[in-house]
Design a protein around this ligand. Sequence first.
Ligand code: NAD
Length: 488
Amino acid sequence: MTTITQVKKYLNYINGEWVSSSRGCVERSINPANKNEVVGLIQSSTEEDVNKAVAAAKRAQKKWRSLSGTERGDFLYKIANSMERRLDEIAETMTKEMGKTLPEAKGETMRGISILRYYAGEGMRKTGDVIPSSDSQALMFTTRVPLGVVGVISPWNFPVAIPIWKMAPALIYGNTVVIKPAQEAAVTAAKIIECIDEAGIPTGVVNMVTGSGSIVGTAIVNHSDVNGITFTGSNATGKKIGQAALARGAKYQLEMGGKNPVIIAGDADLDLAVEGTISGGLRSTGQKCTATSRVFVQADVYDSFKEKLLERVKEITIGNGMESSTWMGPCTSENQLNTVLSYIEKGKGEGATLLYGGERYTANGAEDGFYVYPTIFDDVTNEMVIAQEEIFGPVLALIKVNTIEEALTLANDVEFGLSASIYTKDIGTMMSFINEMDAGLVRINSETAGVELQAPFGGMKQSSSHSREQGQAAIEFFTAIKTVFVKA
Ligand code: NAD
């Protein structure tokens, strides 16, 4: 057991300084692979801390927005370089704090670095249009202006990539930032902020306040000087944030849950489809918003697909993400583990057949971690709770369908619309899928998870507030358009 005195304390970052929370309380961030290991102590902050952070961000705003895009971009390049130097340290912290395997954590950190460099470049690209005026003596054009202070509220499942894909565009377009990371990943967030500090970002441009969603998150959302709120997380939280932001006229962006389907057509390359289903559904312990959770398989290949899937799932090695032999790490928290186990019980109770897994994994000394077996349910019907609600764990539901039309109808019959994929060789089937699938991301002969940083990302239906993040689409949220009419 780690004693509290051996554990490093991480501070808030406000107005360019590392400071304790105003009430001086800390909480533990623990390792989900071994709940007795405390990864760090994080500040349990209050509304007062948020007020200080927002005031600092507001003071820094005028000077930051007056810099050119190239000058702001130079800071992003420096942050990227600092993160690159500390890549191993950041990735190891992520694995220890939220459980994903080290190769996945390294991949995510490298993605964060690429996102920073991508948006650094955006600082030199066009931000407006010239529009012919009906007055021949006038010049009419659009320009983009920053929102002002942006509140960033992020989840734990991509603790580097998500904060960066929100902060980098916010900063390049001239906004200043107050970020509240998820408590389960706040030490990892502190490492990013250390890199931002090392890069010499001007005082107050980026501020971090850690603590609970209900106190710190709510204070950011309700603060009258926070002009925009960008949130990624669960639907329950997103709805509250959207309502509060709307009530005071703040701009908001919500990216939320998914219940992502894969369709396996009768003509699919089954080996490829199995690989994509395993990778999309079970990597990161199923804790990706784009994770595959419903598997619609055409009846003529159902049994052979199931057999191949089972063979492959049995090979999955569960364990501490720091060990190179591990393919799947623990759930990120005890809470998350209990949620997954309760959905497994619901599935059994609803009459689905448990094909594999379905319980906690405690072998090889894993009883102190939040491990669960990869789980596959057979004979699932689309109205079952396990086919409708987001589980956010390594659970796959197999659903037999007769036709592609039936698969598409059922795949669309959920409240979410984040990502979807299909395995087929038929161009007609591909086209029907592209046209009829209600999802913000559709992928063919590829798993449901997998987002490229230069492309727009976001969901349809209840998965999103219908805005898009990443790529050039990010400018829509982080700026306002100003139309300018000039007559000399
Ligand atoms: P969560 O909603 O519990 O928490 C997200 C963040 O909101 C955390 O920082 C939390 O502290 C904060 N928060 C909680 N209550 C709040 C409140 N009342 N006011 C303001 N902030 C509050 O989500 P989570 O468990 O951290 O993340 C998992 C969820 O995120 C899943 O539903 C997943 O699908 C979703 N997600 C979506 C995307 C996407 O891009 N669509 C990406 C990753 C994760």
